[in-house]
Unconditional design. Structure first.
Length: 231
């Protein structure tokens, strides 16, 4: 009887514990999805962060980019600067994935914004000049950059348009319906069997780390881009 009791407790523990490794297992061994195995560099880079996720920085604080290649230099780094690689927000999935693919958004956004300040929504933060520590880590700033330098694609997700969402594409949402652009992700090469809907690689407060999920239509889609600048 004691053995059965202990076995029951162990089973409850296994079922009730939801960890990063559980999410990873579900992502790597999907039961309702099909993986296309695209060779898109951005998508493949993003999947590395699904396999080894960093946590969501719930503070969403301003950080000086003192990290380079995973090491804290304890001084501002530009270009190729980063924050603590163990944390990040939604934009950091895009930044770090494109960096692996060969593009440094920190430098690209800063250089473009420095030359074309009025094209970027600095008024949102009352900011009078570019800041390479934070500009590329803000969704509206990335939207402005991709709008200028990427191919703008459909935001429709019906059967007629769903195949236009390809691995490595960038998606931007409005989380609350307020009109703001406040979340960003990368289209994966894995799609649902039902509906052929592409999964999205993103970092969100729930579950609190980088994951791959069926969230394409969870929020209001504001923009859909394809960036080939890393090729």
């Amino acid at each position: 009887m004691k053995f059965l009791s202990n076995a029951f407790i162990f089973l409850v523990f296994i079922v009730s514990c939801k960890t990063k490794s559980d999410n990873l297992l579900q992502t790597l061994i999907p039961t309702t999805t099909i993986e296309a195995k695209s060779d898109n560099k951005i998508a493949q880079a993003a999947k590395k962060y699904v396999e080894n996720p960093f946590s969501y920085d719930i503070t969403m604080s301003y950080h000086v980019t003192t990290y380079k290649n995973g090491q804290n230099t304890k001084t501002a780094v530009y270009p190729m600067g980063d924050i603590n690689p163990e944390i990040g927000v939604c934009t950091d999935v895009v930044i770090r994935s494109l960096r692996i693919a060969g593009c440094d958004l920190q430098e690209l956004v800063h250089r473009d914004a420095s030359k074309h300040f009025s094209f970027y929504p600095y008024f949102i933060w009352g900011q009078g000049k570019p800041d390479p520590n934070i500009d590329h880590r803000r969704v509206p700033m990335l939207n402005a950059f991709f709008k200028r330098h990427a191919k703008t694609l459909t935001i429709a997700t019906d059967d007629k348009h769903i195949n236009e969402w390809q691995a490595g594409d960038i998606i931007i949402w409005d989380l609350t319906g307020s009109g703001k652009m406040d979340h960003i992700g990368i289209v994966s090469d894995t799609r649902t069997k039902a509906g052929n809907i592409p999964l999205i690689i993103h970092n969100y407060p729930s579950p609190g780390y980088v994951t791959q999920e069926n969230v394409l239509n969870r929020w209001v889609i504001k923009a859909h881009y394809r960036y080939d600048g890393c090729n």
